[in-house]
Design a protein around this ligand. Structure first.
Ligand code: ZN
Length: 185
């Protein structure tokens, strides 16, 4: 399982491994936690007490330290994997739900015609639809979008990035995802 790392104000920063979380616990870097402990890690013997050290890892940890404000303002990086999750693996043109290997990153305004590689210009399309549209605009190809692109928020991005998200983590992240997001659907 992965641990959701927040900054001290509660903004998501990263998914980290339980080992990485243990290092933060051991260096007294955890400011607060959410959820019940989900894993117990055992370390070396403590020199004074002779007992084995034991770290309870929580699903969500907020780490001490300065808040990096720049990362917060940037739009999340675009990847095919995250794009397909944002669009729920559904082709924007024919509406078919597909496996990731059958999907493509479709540029609504083709890059050959000045379209940008951004969240707002990219949508999920199956291979046949992408091939049929080619380097045309949707209106030129008479192919309309069944849903619209959007830029995920940081909380949403953490959901798109997560590999196996625990219930506590999902509840925390979804609480800050706008209600018009497809992730609520
Ligand atoms: Zn399609």
């Amino acid at each position: 399982m992965d641990v959701l790392q927040l900054d001290v104000s509660g903004r998501p920063q990263a998914w980290i491994t339980t080992r990485e979380a243990a290092v933060i616990y051991a260096s007294d870097g955890v400011a607060w936690t959410l959820g019940d402990p989900c894993q117990v890690l055992r370390g070396g013997l403590q020199r004074i007490s002779g007992r084995q050290s034991r770290i309870e890892v929580h699903p969500i940890i907020a780490v001490r330290g300065a808040v990096p404000s720049r990362a917060w303002r940037q739009a999340p990086a675009l990847s095919n994997a995250k794009l397909f999750v944002r669009d729920r693996f559904i082709c924007a043109y024919c509406g078919h739900r597909c496996l990731p290997e059958d999907l493509t990153r479709e540029h609504i305004q083709p890059t050959s015609r000045g379209g940008q590689d951004t969240w707002m210009n990219c949508i999920t399309a199956c291979r046949p639809c992408n091939g049929r549209k080619g380097s045309r605009l949707p209106e030129e190809a008479h192919m309309s979008l069944l849903y619209l692109p959007y830029v995920p928020s940081l909380h949403e991005d953490m959901i798109l990035r997560g590999r196996r998200i625990l219930a506590d983590q999902m509840e925390f992240l979804l609480a800050s995802v706008p209600s018009n997001s497809r992730l609520h659907g």
